[in-house]
Structures are given as C-alpha cells and as structure tokens.
Design a protein around this ligand. Structure first.
Ligand code: HEC
Ligand code: HEC
Length: 286
C-alpha cells in the first residue's frame, strides 16, 4: 500500500512537471511558431531567456548552498574513490596485469587524461568516452572482461581515474574527423523528440532558470564537469549518460542504451560546450 501511494505520488509529480513546462512553452512568445515546426530535421537555434548570471542568482535563491553544504559534510560517492583506487592496482584478466602495470602506481600517470575526453578515435570509428576507454584497456591490454556500465566497480574505477584530473579544465577537441560527431551530438540536443515533442535545448537553453514545479531547470554550463555524481533522487552514484536517459524518459522519448552511438555523441557535444569548466568529481545533485 505504502509503495503504491509513493508510486502514485511520483507519477503525479512527473505529470505536473511536464504540464508546467508544456504550459511555459506553449504560451511563451515564439512557442506556437516552434510547435508548428514539429518534424524539423534541422537545428532550431534557441536563445537563453536570461544571462548565466541571472540564472545563477535564481539557482542560489532557490536551492541556496544545500548540496554544496551536504557535499562538504561528506559526499556518499567519496567511498567509491577508495574502491576505485584499489581496482586500479588490482591484477585481473588473462595477461596478469593491472592498470598500474602500465599507468604507474595508483595509475597516477593518468593525471590530466580525462580533460580531453570524449574524443574522436579512428579505431571505432567514432567517439571514445572516458568510460569506454577504460573498458577498452581492460579488454585489449589486460585480457579482462569489460565492467558492466553503471555497476559499482565500473563507476568506482571511472570516478577514481577521472578524479586524478580534478581542478583541471575540460579541453575537448572537435577538429578534423571529430566534427561530424559533434554535429550529430548537437542535432541530438536540439532535435525535438518523444511524445511531448521536446528537445534538450528547449529546457536547458531556452527555459533554464524557470521553475518547473519543484525543479529549477538548469543552464547547461557545468552540466558535464561533475560526473559520476551522487544524486539524492537516485540515492546512488551514477553517470552522465544515466542522467541523459532520465531526461529522455521525462520527455517520453526513446532511450538508447548506455554508451550507444547517440549517447556518446550527445556527451561529446555537451562536454565540448563545457570546455574550460573545471573537472570536479564526484559531484552531488538533487
Ligand atoms: C598493458 C598496458 C596497459 C594496461 C594494463 C592498461 N592500459 Fe590504459 N592505455 C594503454 C595504452 C598503450 C594506451 C594508449 C593507447 C590506447 O588508447 O589504447 C592507454 C590509454 C589509456 C587511457 C587514455 C589516456 C590518454 O591520455 O588518453 C586511459 C584513461 C587508460 N588507458 C586507463 C586504463 C585503466 C583504467 C586501466 C586498468 C583497467 C588500463 N588503462 C590498463 C595501456 C594499458
Ligand atoms: C522538460 C524539461 C527538460 C528537458 C526537455 C530535458 N531536461 Fe535535463 N533536466 C531538467 C531538469 C528539471 C533537471 C534537474 C536540474 C537540476 O538538477 O538542478 C535536468 C537535469 C539535467 C542534467 C544534470 C545537470 C547537472 O548539473 O547535474 C543533464 C546533464 C541534463 N538534464 C541533460 C539533458 C539532456 C541531454 C536532455 C535531452 C535528451 C535533457 N536534459 C532534456 C529538465 C529537462
């Protein structure tokens, strides 16, 4: 019974969020014109409704420093860091090696490596995410099985190796053969999809700073610099691609699998537009 009630509450909370944003969208200037544009295959360029400074003011007024303070008292995701470090030194697979065999004790030679990911890799060919690179090393260099995405060990190892780049600016390149994948990622971000006919950009570019029921829609600056993150709603640590899938679900859109081409391109686009932001894992979010 209690479970049923909480499911119902979740359902209504979700429906109300979507109604609120749909309303915002339909009655805003340009909203009707945009709705006519349903099946557009090209990018509909959007402009933020407010400056980042104004957005940030609203964020602080709404949430204060709640998550920052909680993180200071101890981010539950910190536990993964120690386990991730142990995994980096652990011998696994048919070749009798650990990450440390090639990347130094505690894999410390990988300091800074995360700043250039995701990146184009001709061997795929396509976008190599940091998580995929780590699994590729396990398979090819260690003869070990890849870690299941979103599993505890996979998140712990990825988070630990990424934490070696904490405080360093993201510097993703979209030059040369990487460019078409960036464009695909941008289209995925701007394309209307799902039963509600939304795009990521409508919320995170155009309506960032507006409230959708109990949520403040975030501006996409700083969206890619803190993953894996602990989320209170999940009660768990998770990846950026898991977060993508959550928003896709709210949009009633198809959810491609983790590390699928679409989600890798989307991660590439979003991380590139966050170039210069400082990597800081683990993050903590509502
Ligand atoms: C036998 C040696 C070897 C082992 C063991 C190994 N790697 Fe690698 N790793 C490499 C080589 C060689 C490259 C660069 C070429 C490539 O991308 O395959 C690399 C590249 C990387 C990169 C990208 C570095 C950059 O600057 O772009 C990361 C991250 C990485 N490895 C993580 C790991 C992790 C985590 C493990 C343990 C699960 C691991 N590697 C195990 C040899 C190894
Ligand atoms: C209906 C509006 C809406 C749409 C459409 C939407 N999102 Fe979100 N998104 C939100 C809200 C609300 C949050 C929670 C904001 C927060 O965590 O402060 C969020 C959070 C996020 C976050 C986490 C931000 C952070 O700082 O941790 C990412 C990343 C994200 N969305 C990406 C996407 C992508 C990619 C798409 C398209 C596939 C998308 N969103 C579509 C409303 C939306």
């Amino acid at each position: 019974m209690i479970k049923k009630i909480s499911n119902l509450r979740k359902f209504f909370a979700c429906a109300a969020l979507i109604l609120a944003v749909t309303w915002l969208h339909a009655f805003s200037p340009g909203g009707a014109r945009a709705a006519d544009n349903k099946a557009a295959a090209t990018i509909e360029e959007l402009t933020p409704s407010m400056s980042y400074k104004e957005y940030h003011k609203r964020y602080e007024a709404y949430y204060g420093d709640t998550t920052a303070r909680m993180a200071e008292e101890g981010n539950p995701a910190d536990f993964l860091l120690d386990d991730g470090k142990d995994l980096a030194n652990k011998v696994e697979g048919s070749k009798g090696k650990s990450c440390a065999s090639c990347h130094g004790k505690d894999a410390l030679k990988l300091k800074g490596a995360a700043t250039t990911y995701p990146r184009y890799d001709a061997r795929l060919p396509g976008i190599m995410t940091f998580a995929l690179q780590i699994n590729t090393c396990r398979q090819k260099q260690m003869g070990a099985r890849p870690l299941k995405y979103e599993s505890y060990d996979q998140l712990a190892l990825t988070m630990y190796i990424k934490s070696l780049s904490n405080g360093m600016p993201i510097k993703v390149s979209i030059d040369g053969p990487a460019r078409p994948f960036f464009e695909k990622g941008k289209i995925a971000y701007y394309k209307r999809q799902g039963q509600l006919n939304f795009s990521c950009a409508i919320c995170h570019v155009q309506y960032a700073g507006y409230k959708a029921r109990s949520n403040l829609i975030s501006n996409n600056k700083h969206h890619a610099d803190h993953w894996p993150s602990y989320r209170l709603k999940w009660g768990k640590t998770g990846s950026l691609q898991r977060r993508f899938r959550g928003c896709l679900k709210n949009m009633r859109a198809k959810r491609p699998p983790l590390q699928s081409e679409m989600l890798r391109n989307l991660e590439f686009y979003l991380t590139y537009i966050n170039n210069g932001d400082l990597i800081q894992v683990p993050g903590m979010r509502m």
